[in-house]
Design a binder for this molecule. Sequence first.
Ligand code: SAH
Length: 374
Amino acid sequence: MSAARKPHSLKSTLLAVRLKARIAREGPIPVADYMEACLADQDAGYYPSRQPIGADGDFITAPEVSQIFGELLGLWAVAVWQSMGEPKPVIVAELGPGRGTLMADALRAWRSVPRFLESVQVAMVETSPLLREVQQTALHGAEAPILWCDQLADVPIGASIVIANEFVDALPVRQLVWRDGAWRERCVSIDPRGGFAFCEGRPVPDENLKHAAHTLSVPDGSILEIRPAGNTLISGLAARAREAPLAALILDYGHEETACGDTLQTVSRHRFVDPLQAPGDVDLTAHVDFAALKDSTIAHGLAAYGPIPQGEFLLKLGLEARREALCKTATPEQQQDIVSGANRLTDPSAMGLLFKAFAMTRAGLAPLPPFGEI
Ligand code: SAH
């Protein structure tokens, strides 16, 4: 083993053996199935079996960079609640809440708005038992009722505000390769030396996709990513919106226009690694196609807002004023951390531009801050 290669854990070895047995039985498996197994397998999947987030983990997210992120999102939820006419109760549901940091910061911000704190019920939608425990510790002693759910459909019906930060990127994508005038499913197979390798499967018989290829005039070999679970998420939100007022905010890295490209990325200890190496041991994600999410949102009859760059979104929510307020009571060393964390969230060369904010409401609700009129 070369020094640069990360040794596989026993769990990863087990998952690799199982995936190879499946490929031997069924033939090459679609990238989306491979991604699903790597991320969500209950025995050996990445999320159910580890706590990946933070400086000592594999990757870092906005709420871990600065407390301002969760505080501003918490206050955004208050503004949305007010624009809904202050329903009581109001559910704030977070999808994929990681270490619970965003919600802990939001709860602290809500202390300044007691009427909201008396009205809110928090729902944490999390599949990983390990992360649930971490979240329970982070939210211990919270001043609002909190419940944990496996999926959005389990969150009690009622007026709700849904937040999803870096959640959609972890939902599996299909990759299609444009080859000889047809889209072919990109799959994972076994190479002659027994490792995993990408291959191209059968043509996909979808006329709409074929049309997209011509309008995008894609060259041979181009890869298009589509995320069926993104559609399922929007239809779940639309179903809730038919029952009660709803607003939802999705923050993630991705592109504003649909474009071809292979964005499957694997991060381990803050470095990019081979996506087919160590299944289940490494984080596997793909960029979010915000145009596709927006089309789906509108097709489901919801009002869509954005996407706008995360930097612009946070600045409009008052990031600078919050940063200054925090600095006033901080030591010089803390001030440095506060300023550099805030910059990282908004700087175009860090998270300010690649990350975007996209929101939606039930049709007919008041315009959503800070997006304004559509
Ligand atoms: N929002 C957090 C964590 C992002 S990591 C943050 O910003 O720090 C992705 C999160 O989504 C993890 O909590 C993971 O366990 C969760 N997750 C991934 N797939 C999920 C699914 N299908 N349903 C619910 N949670 C999921």
